[in-house]
Design a protein around this ligand. Structure first.
Ligand SMILES: NC(=O)c1ccc[n+]([C@@H]2O[C@H](COP(=O)([O-])OP(=O)(O)OC[C@H]3O[C@@H](n4cnc5c(N)ncnc54)[C@H](OP(=O)(O)O)[C@@H]3O)[C@@H](O)[C@H]2O)c1
Length: 266
């Protein structure tokens, strides 16, 4: 890897901390972002020592305007940054209707609002330099409406949709955009939402090192959407083909014939 500098959000634990370790092992310098400055400092110290790289820490709460502004400013003004790993995210316990709406709003601020601002700034900066990588961490729940918290799933559908549109806009710009859709992964996210990881089916739970290694390998291979546990990516292509098949019919100048009974009579 030529000298890269990756800004990673949510780098104090789980997937973000693992990106930090694996990018450090590839020789990348790092800027680590999360709220817990002590954890970030400890990780920065150990990675800079082990891999002889520069690691900076930016403690910020991305759900607060000042924290988000601080990280956005760094992304806008530090011309050395070549990667954004847009990873910080949270889940709330329970389903949507009976869920705590204040928690849900905080989640949407982190999973959607903060991610969008940082993606926007990185896209503008990297496009101007004709080079850069944006990794947006979505979830397989982007594809699911059968279970889990509806607002969480919808926030991850948003990340997938935004990433796909960014890929279209940034094609041929020198900027790579990857959407990563992890399934259940062994991190702190469940405990933070008041759940126990021990209640999850082990056959569905991926180790975080494997998840990030697969995501980086997918990026190296030029994948736009990476779903680490899916062996047969033709299944994803079939899903995409079904979506594309409806496109010619979704906006026409008259309703479909099944609605003809109530059409206005001239
Ligand atoms: N684990 C899974 O099964 C799974 C599956 C699919 C997708 N994902 C996605 O993967 C991403 C990473 O989650 P994870 O599983 O690694 O969970 P995690 O271990 O709980 O890590 C979340 C990270 O986000 C940071 N964070 C939380 N709230 C923040 C805030 N307000 N401001 C700034 N940073 C904040 C946390 O650090 P601080 O507490 O220090 O701020 C932590 O570094 C999330 O977007 C999640 O939705 C996870």
């Amino acid at each position: 890897m030529s000298q890269q500098l990756a800004l990673i959000t949510g780098a104090s634990s789980g997937i973000g901390a693992t990106y930090a370790k694996q990018l450090a092992a590839r020789g990348s310098n790092l800027i680590l972002v999360a709220r817990d400055a002590a954890r970030l400092d400890a990780l920065a110290q150990s990675l800079s020592k082990e891999f002889s790289i520069d690691v900076a820490v930016l403690a910020a709460d991305l759900t607060h305007p000042e924290g988000l502004h601080k990280v956005d400013k760094e992304l806008r003004e530090n011309q050395q940054i070549t990667w954004l790993v847009n990873n910080a995210g949270m889940v709330v316990d329970g389903e949507f209707v009976d869920g705590d709406i204040a928690n849900i709003q905080t989640m949407l601020t982190l999973n959607i609002v903060a991610l969008t601002l940082l993606a926007h700034t990185a896209a503008q900066q990297f496009r101007a330099r004709r080079s850069g990588t944006i990794v947006n961490i979505a979830s397989v729940l982007a594809l699911v409406s059968e279970s889990a918290n509806g607002a969480y799933n919808a926030s991850k559908s948003y990340v997938l949709s935004l990433s796909r549109n960014m890929q279209r806009e940034l094609a041929d710009s020198g900027v790579r955009v990857q959407a990563v859709l992890p399934g259940l992964t062994r991190t702190e996210i469940f405990e933070r939402a008041g759940k126990s990881i021990n209640d999850l089916p082990v056959e569905k739970l991926m180790e975080v090192d494997d998840l990030v290694a697969a995501a980086l390998s997918g990026l190296d291979a030029g994948e736009l959407v990476t779903i680490p546990s899916v062996e047969d990516m033709q299944l994803w292509q079939a899903y995409e083909n079904a979506r594309i098949a409806i496109l010619p019919f979704i906006s026409l100048n008259k309703p479909a014939s099944r609605y003809s009974q109530n059409l206005r009579l001239e």
